[in-house]
Design a protein around this ligand. Structure first.
Ligand SMILES: Cc1ncc(COP(=O)(O)O)c(C=O)c1O
Length: 527
């Protein structure tokens, strides 16, 4: 239960309508004096503004200031709660602490960390304001877990548990204690050899020594960014782009140089317009079933991207994370087409077993030229010494027995059928103003929305109705790019997908045909 807005408004509006600063001073004083219990929920911005007769922006600004001073903590989906700043942190109006507070300070025990102190400790790299989006936990009023169209996760029911277990048992029996220690940082050699064989079938002629096993492909992106980037270095990226790669580049202080992937595909114009000076250090692309748009680059688009790499300089990560889930006819000739054309000199190929097997294995790999692989291997060792030998050996065995090819074919069939079903649901439920991509497999669909639709607001509307979608705002390297949402199709049962898509259709239809008030007015985040 939140504190009643009317009661609080009485305390705050002693002499007429207060401004943001007065709200801060009075609310901080009330909390310090014990008039509002620490942890109690503050009224929503809209309600308090109404009770005070002031603009929502005034209350939103006051809440932001209070949060910065440690008097308020915002919990996503759970509102704003009263808090006390850490001892020694700047106190709202600088007034002397009241008796209750002074007493508290005399109590023995170490000083507690408050929000202000946490804020001081964290490195000052840009943070995403969306970190709390997508928590699939149900809110106290929800009886059922939300329908999760948010997370790009495979259907774990497809995991070939019996066969994998047999491989695990056999390698452990055969290898005895050899698998129980640390492995080499580059990864378990028999697994790297198996991967090299598969890559050669993809026209990428590499040796096992050029392969680094990583903790998922995610670690591959992180290692490359850390190995190459100094603050201010240019990184050429897709727009929209894979959200967690975006965070990695931001954290490393990259200067983002986006080229658009619009409904017609890669924007050649944007590629041509990339500035030659200063030369970028890195390109990052997902040429097969791009995340989030599901676009697959044509031969021409691949060639154009490589031409820019050679014109501007730097290395390119070719991320093939979801590529194997799609039918071969729908993707490029080779999953490693860019690395193959380049001879793995300037192109680093990145892949994973997360989507074809399961993410819990956390096994991915990076392939590239010896000088960069050497540097990356050193960094990998600093990060986590080496990956689990036991799991690497089990995957190597799974590949060697030919189970993997068979399994991937079966998995592709599942996703093709699943996608057909989802496309039929979308056709039935989505308004015509929300066109969507139509992949022949894989884990997600992208829905295009007009530029004025605030996808974060849409996320909230749907969350209230028990459906989680992935707002396009998460994928924008710079504001103002292609607008839309990504829908993940693998996690939920078909019945729940149908229900979720029907609700999405209803909310979108209302939003597009009878727009909500301007987003600025409607949505004030205190995050
Ligand atoms: C494009 C892309 N790259 C990398 C990853 C990271 O996956 P993992 O670390 O499980 O291999 C993902 C996960 O969804 C992804 O979509």
């Amino acid at each position: 239960m939140s504190h009643p807005a009317a009661a609080l408004a009485k305390r705050l509006a002693a002499d007429g309508k207060p401004g943001a600063e007065q709200i801060v001073t009075r609310l901080a004083g009330t909390i310090r004096a014990g008039g509002l219990r620490v942890g109690s929920r503050l009224p929503p911005i809209r309600e308090l503004a109404r009770a005070l007769g002031v603009n929502r922006n005034t209350v939103a600004r006051a809440y932001k200031l209070l949060a910065a001073q440690g008097y308020l903590v915002a919990r996503f989906g759970g509102g704003s709660h009263a808090a006390l700043p850490a001892q020694g942190a700047a106190g709202g109006d600088g007034s002397a602490p009241p008796a209750a507070e002074a007493e508290r300070r005399e109590e023995p025990g170490p000083p507690r960390m408050g929000d202000a102190e946490w804020e001081r400790l964290f490195a000052r790299h840009p943070r995403s304001s969306f970190s709390a989006i997508g928590t699939a936990e149900r809110t106290p009023t929800q009886v059922e877990a939300p329908i999760n169209l948010f997370q790009l996760r495979p259907h774990t029911g497809l995991f070939p548990q019996g066969r994998f277990q047999a491989c695990l048992d056999d390698v452990l029996r055969r290898s005895g204690r050899r698998l129980l220690n640390y492995g080499t940082p580059a990864g378990y050699l028999p697994l790297r050899e198996q991967i090299a064989v598969r890559l050669r079938q993809q026209d990428l002629r590499v040796r096992a020594s050029q392969i680094l096993i990583t903790s998922g492909s995610q670690q591959g992106i992180d290692l490359v960014a850390r190995a190459l980037l100094d603050p201010g270095d240019g990184v050429v990226v897709e727009s929209p782009m894979y959200s967690i790669a975006l965070k990695i580049f931001q954290v490393n202080g990259a200067r983002l140089l986006p080229y658009a992937i619009d409904r017609a595909g890669v924007s050649f114009q944007a590629l041509d317009a990339l500035p030659a000076q200063p030369s970028p250090k890195l390109f990052y692309a997902v040429p097969n079933f791009q995340n989030p748009t599901t676009h697959t680059y044509s031969e021409l688009e691949r060639r154009a991207l490589l031409a820019q790499l050679y014109r501007l300089g730097g290395l390119l990560i070719e991320d093939a994370s979801d590529a194997e889930l799609h039918p071969p006819a729908e993707r490029g000739r080779s999953l490693a087409a860019l690395a193959a054309q380049d001879g793995a000199d300037r192109v680093l190929h990145l892949n994973t077993f997360s989507k074809t097997l399961v993410p819990a294995l956390r096994v991915g790999y990076l392939v590239g030229a010896p000088p960069v692989m050497h540097r990356l291997t050193e960094l990998k060792e600093m990060t986590d010494l080496s990956h689990s030998l036991i799991l690497q050996a089990a995957i190597a065995e799974f590949l060697e027995r030919g189970h993997y090819e068979e399994h991937v074919a079966a998995v592709r069939g599942f996703y093709r059928r699943r996608m057909e079903a989802v496309l039929a649901m979308l056709a039935e439920s989505l308004p015509i103003e929300a066109p969507y991509t139509e992949p022949a497999g894989g884990l997600c669909v992208w829905v295009d929305l007009p530029p004025h639709v605030d996808t974060t607001l849409l996320y909230q509307r749907l969350q209230e109705r028990g459906v989680l979608i992935s707002p396009g705002a998460l994928y924008q390297p710079l504001p103002g790019g292609r607008n839309g949402i990504r829908l993940s199709v693998a996690l939920e049962s078909e019945a729940r997908l149908r229900r979720g898509i029907r609700i999405l259709g209803q909310v979108l239809t209302r939003l597009l045909r009878r727009p909500y008030p301007a987003p600025q007015e409607e949505y004030q985040s205190v995050h």
